[in-house]
Design a protein around this ligand. Structure first.
Ligand SMILES: C[S@@+](CC[C@H](N)C(=O)[O-])C[C@H]1O[C@@H](n2cnc3c(N)ncnc32)[C@H](O)[C@@H]1O
Length: 244
């Protein structure tokens, strides 16, 4: 199994998406402990794939796929599955997982901004806990790229750290999240990791994301913000309008 690069040219003004922001999850140590820290759970991945209607033959792309659990579970049910990530280490781990389960998804070392989907348009594109790696201007470009790889009517799913609290209460909500989620070193993501997320990464408000999703030619089918710091959007690519 190999990783391929299908990328568009990278002009020098392009955001350097291959340079980690915040906590570097791409080091060998970080990758080795990632699934434990993140709580990777193939049953939860299966539940999400069920919700999104991913079955045998579905063309499925996961952007920022990390250690590849969602992609491997999609491939195990017969989907034509693509895992895209900027991190070679993450992709190596994902390939090992695929090999263990005897499936052969397509792996691409590429980013939100430069990945080119050189295959039939996707039915479902997902991105979990990764879009916040880009500043807002670049999130918009990433959403346009995700929309471009979808067939009309296809589904985009976004889960991430995103903020639905009143901006005047930001400090309270962020501090509560950091205090409740932090674990001792060796048992999960640490206080320093969460502090770095807030300080150095680019999580944004849900209403900012809503505008970007609409601008990318997608309609929001549903959203859920189970915590004031986390949420999801399920979106559908709009059908082309026909002139009378
Ligand atoms: C927190 S992990 C999430 C991994 C996986 N989606 C999950 O839910 O466990 C973020 C992933 O996004 C990747 N990443 C960061 N910036 C990226 C970019 N611009 N394009 C694609 N992947 C990116 C990182 O290498 C990392 O694997």
């Amino acid at each position: 199994m190999s990783q391929t690069e299908s990328t568009r040219p990278r002009p020098s003004w392009l955001f350097p998406e291959y340079t980690p922001v915040g906590t570097d999850l791409s080091s060998p140590t970080a990758v080795a402990s990632y699934d434990r820290n993140q709580g990777t759970d193939s049953a939860a991945d299966d539940a999400l794939l069920n919700r999104l209607g991913v079955t045998a033959g579905t063309s499925f792309v996961d952007l920022g796929c990390g250690t590849g659990s969602l992609v491997v579970q999609a491939a195990r049910r017969g989907a034509e599955a693509y895992g895209v990530d900027v991190s070679e280490e993450m992709l190596a781990h994902a390939q090992d997982r695929a090999q263990r389960f005897g499936v052969t998804p397509h792996w691409h070392r590429a980013g939100f901004l430069d990945y080119v989907h050189c295959a039939a348009p996707a039915d479902v594109v997902t991105t979990k806990s990764a879009l916040h790696q880009l500043p807002d201007f670049w999130k918009q470009q990433a959403l346009l790229n995700a929309a471009a790889m979808l067939r009309p009517g296809g589904t985009l799913y976004v889960w991430d750290v995103m903020f639905s609290f009143d901006p005047t209460e930001a400090e309270d909500h962020l501090q509560r999240w950091i205090d409740s989620a932090s674990r001792p070193q060796g048992e999960g993501f640490t206080r320093a990791n969460f502090e770095s997320h807030v300080r150095d990464e680019f999580s944004t408000y849900t209403w900012v994301l809503e505008g970007m999703i609409e601008q990318a030619g997608l309609a929001i089918v549903s959203h859920s913000f189970p915590r004031s710091t986390h949420g999801e959007f399920v979106c559908r690519k709009r059908l082309p309008t026909t002139s009378a």
